[in-house]
Design a protein around this ligand. Structure first.
Ligand code: C2E
Ligand code: SIN
Ligand code: SIN
Ligand code: FE
Length: 369
């Protein structure tokens, strides 16, 4: 049954782009139409634009609300079935001129949200044989209903994920607020460097994104370290350093039993970012690949950033000196394969460091990649 297949294909899709493409493919197939477009409403610009336009190439078509057939359908909220487009006064030939196409039959139905407000228009052109009939129209309406609710769900999901990521990022801000002069840019760099290295070693995109948001939480355990130690301008006494070395344990406790993959990664990073490849690190003296990969990455990134920036207890090192040190410590403090990847990222890392001056606030983290 076609509808069941359609439902199965769209159910797991949470990304709007993929979702709409699948919907359009199915609709074109089911209705035997030559072209299929999903227009979405851009309320701010008062126009419809083709999020998906199968059979049209890469062009994005834009049409003001109220113009053309799609505009008419969106504005009135009623479906339109046309046998001969060029004899219909609502039809605009503009698109055919752009795409070098001859539209003949058109079936278009509105996409509406739960409250009946317009989301866009679903349009199919040039049925294989004859005109679109009532059965086609009924079918397109059902598919439009499913599509509209899927679009709404995808939007809800994206909003939820966005606020989840933003909250996590703000948590990191809280944790770092006391001991960094430039908390926002420090977290920003950690996140960016981590993303670069993760991409360089070939991790999948969704994991890279989670790592970009998990890495700024690496020092969250420092919230439990007293000011007298955390903010001490000079060298720590051995006792003070012992206390400081508990911050990964505190961090791991704060993130213990996390359920989301992102926070599980954050927990491993917080817990193991001061472990050393040769087993001389803390808190557990883990060695080699017993240290989670995510922590091995952040360990490199964290030390690089600590050395190249000023701290209350030290000045900033030059990039050259820092890279020499990192290479020297490859196989001791650091996983050699991560250091290799890090060195390959050097041009992009230096670009990021140079860009730093133009960065503003946590807004950077609203988007992806
Ligand atoms: P942090 O400032 O973020 O530094 C992270 C890591 O970067 C350090 O981990 C260390 O591996 C490396 N690093 C930082 N500065 C230097 C340096 O001058 N030379 C070398 N070779 N490596 C450096 P570590 O040592 O486990 O320290 C963890 C945290 O403890 C530091 O985070 C910082 O918050 C604090 N800390 C460490 N030493 C001192 C200190 O002498 N005074 C104060 N006030 N805090 C310190
Ligand atoms: C229209 O909606 O008037 C244009 C139809 C098309 O060519 O996509
Ligand atoms: C910055 O570098 O100032 C901030 C960027 C960010 O936190 O997203
Ligand atoms: Fe740390």
């Amino acid at each position: 049954m076609l509808l069941a297949r359609f439902g199965r294909r769209i159910a797991p899709e949470t990304r709007i782009d993929n979702l709409l493409t699948i919907i359009a493919e199915e609709v074109r197939h089911i209705l035997n139409a030559d072209r299929c477009s999903v227009f979405l409403l851009d309320s701010a610009r008062k126009e419809l634009w083709t999020k998906v336009a199968l059979g049209v190439g890469e062009k994005v078509l834009r049409i003001p609300i109220g113009q053309g057939i799609a505009g008419f359908v969106c504005k009135t909220g009623s479906a339109v079935n046309i046998r001969d487009a060029y004899r219909d006064t609502r039809f605009t030939q503009d698109f055919d001129k752009i795409t070098g196409y001859q539209t003949k039959t058109v079936l278009a139905v509105p996409l509406k949200d739960r409250d009946g407000k317009p989301l866009g228009v679903f349009e199919v052109l040039n049925k294989g044989k004859g005109a679109f009939n009532e059965e086609d129209e009924g079918f397109l309406r059902i598919l439009a209903t499913i599509a509209a609710s899927a679009i709404e769900n995808a939007r809800l999901y994206e909003n939820l994920r966005k606020s989840h990521l933003e909250t996590i990022y703000r948590m990191a801000m809280v944790a770092e607020y006391r001991d960094q002069h430039d908390t926002a840019s420090h977290l920003h760099r950690i996140s960016k460097y981590t993303g670069l290295v993760a991409a360089e070693i070939g991790l999948p995109l969704d994991l890279i994104e989670d790592l970009r948001y998990a890495s700024p939480l690496h020092d969250i355990g420092k919230v439990a370290i007293p000011d007298s130690i955390l903010l001490k301008p000079g060298k720590l006494t051995p006792d003070e350093y012992e206390e400081m070395k508990k911050h990964p344990v505190y961090g791991a406790r704060m993130l213990e039993n996390a359920e989301s993959r992102l926070l599980k990664l954050a927990r491993n990073i917080a817990s193991a970012h001061h472990e050393h490849w040769d087993g001389t690190g803390y808190p557990d003296g883990l060695e080699g690949e017993d240290i989670p990969l995510e922590a091995r990455i952040v360990s490199v990134v964290d030390v690089f950033d600590a050395l190249t920036t000023r701290r209350v207890y030290k000045g900033a090192w030059s990039v050259d000196d820092t890279f020499s040190y990192m290479l020297e410590q490859s196989g001791r403090l650091f996983d050699p394969s991560i250091i290799e990847a890090f060195v390959r990222c050097r041009p992009r890392i230096e670009e990021l460091m140079a860009d730093e001056g133009h960065m503003t606030g946590a807004g950077e983290f609203g988007g992806t990649a």
